[in-house]
Write a protein that binds this ligand. Sequence first.
Ligand code: HEC
Ligand code: HEC
Length: 467
Amino acid sequence: MAALAAAALSFACGGGGAGGVVSTGPSDPTAACRAKGSADEQLACFTALYGVTPLEAPPVVSDARFSVGVSLFTSTKLSGTGKVACVSCHANNNAGVASPVALNGRTLTRALHPSLRGGDADDPANLASIQRNAPDLVNKLLGTPQFMFHDGRVAVDGRGGFITPVGDKLPAGLENLLAAQALIPLLTRDEMLGYAPGTNGGRSENATAGLVADPVEANPQPVWNAVMQRVLADPALAKGLADAFPDVPPANLGIQHVANALAAFQTRRWNAGGSAFGFHGWLRDRERWPLAANELRGGLVFFDKGRCAQCHNGPKLTDAKFHNLAVPQIGPGVGGGASETPRADKGRYEVTRQDADLYAFLTPSLWEVRATAPYFHNGVYDSLEKTIRHHFDAAGHAQAFRCASDAPLLQAGVQVACRDSQNAPALYAAMVGRLPSPLTSMPPLGDAEMADLIAFLKKVTNGNNGG
Ligand code: HEC
Ligand code: HEC
């Protein structure tokens, strides 16, 4: 699939190199699409050009794995603090899972609810945010994914194994990239692990967190063992795991089976593959499942005028590459220098240390995007319209962003750490100066075109995930 999209793009870009502006010459395939008779035919031509094909059916997941996967995804036993579950951050009000916190929408947010840290909710220090927005968990295993996380720090290694922050400490027997990813939040202090007694001003103390010194990733096994002991001490979870992995003697059940079950649950629960709804139905059979006129027009803005498909292409509407969009810096950011307050998030650069990757983040899939607010790696925008307007004038929006008025609240009354172009001019100059094509030369977009584009994006759904 990826090869197909790449092949299509190599001529869509008219030889202008990566990210080059679509050419308008006589042999330009985009001109051929524009020349088609109807909007429906034009859109069909563009989707073929950019390798946007129907999503494959998801891998089959047994009922037993799904069932224990739900229980694990919603279990606070996986956290050192005993107060945080996967669903605390990756919530779905339509997921058939009981959410411990009231959330509206399929994914929350970078917001860290005070109880997540297991600390005292009256202590302002516990009202902090984690660095990044929790991504949606839709279609994660479709289309041979290469990366997890906004910066791709969990990745396939091309030899059937995985690259992760724990290096060679990853257990054997992980079935896929999603399973490899699932082991990492268990080790992250501000997510599920918490802090050792005496190390965090008396907050979030727990014994599991005290088992190993930082960086936890260098010695993860004691934490995974402690989590596994708690899981197996719960009769329902222990039986669920044994049922889900009938070939594994109970004594051999390990953290990799927890990870495989978590991946299985996510794979079956959040999946647009095979849907006959919306844009997916249209991709499969446009006569049987047509799009409305405004949605077709919006689709053409997406593929043609708006140049969205130069990055959002292929079956998942992502090029699986990293780009800097000069997204305003809110939240503490990952990595960076200790002298920065709050730290700027340098994105993919934190993984590769290549200047070309500064402030670059993975192009997200856009399936179910109507339900995945807030948007971008740090959740800075709460609406599709703001997110799209940023794409059309990234430099202008980055420079005009003001923490005092534009930084969203994490929850009632909790302000997020934030840097804007007034208090961090060098950061914004660096981000804006590195904007890639085509974001430096976007055409103006009228209000009617914007409305059409949003109508189209709202159809990029399988019709039953959240929202
Ligand atoms: C405290 C909030 C929090 C908890 C708890 C949490 N996550 Fe996440 N999750 C995040 C954030 C934030 C990211 C993105 C981090 C980044 O990109 O650096 C993420 C990323 C992911 C991703 C990668 C998705 C993608 O598109 O790259 C998956 C999959 C995931 N989490 C699954 C899980 C599972 C499974 C659990 C439970 C074991 C879990 N998460 C617990 C906040 C959380
Ligand atoms: C240069 C490549 C590129 C182009 C062109 C592009 N995008 Fe994006 N888009 C990205 C990247 C990268 C992100 C994530 C940035 C981040 O998180 O910092 C993103 C994020 C988004 C998001 C937020 C999704 C989420 O879950 O957070 C939406 C919506 C979106 N793009 C829509 C569009 C539309 C509509 C267009 C055309 C007008 C477009 N994009 C053009 C690269 C691109």
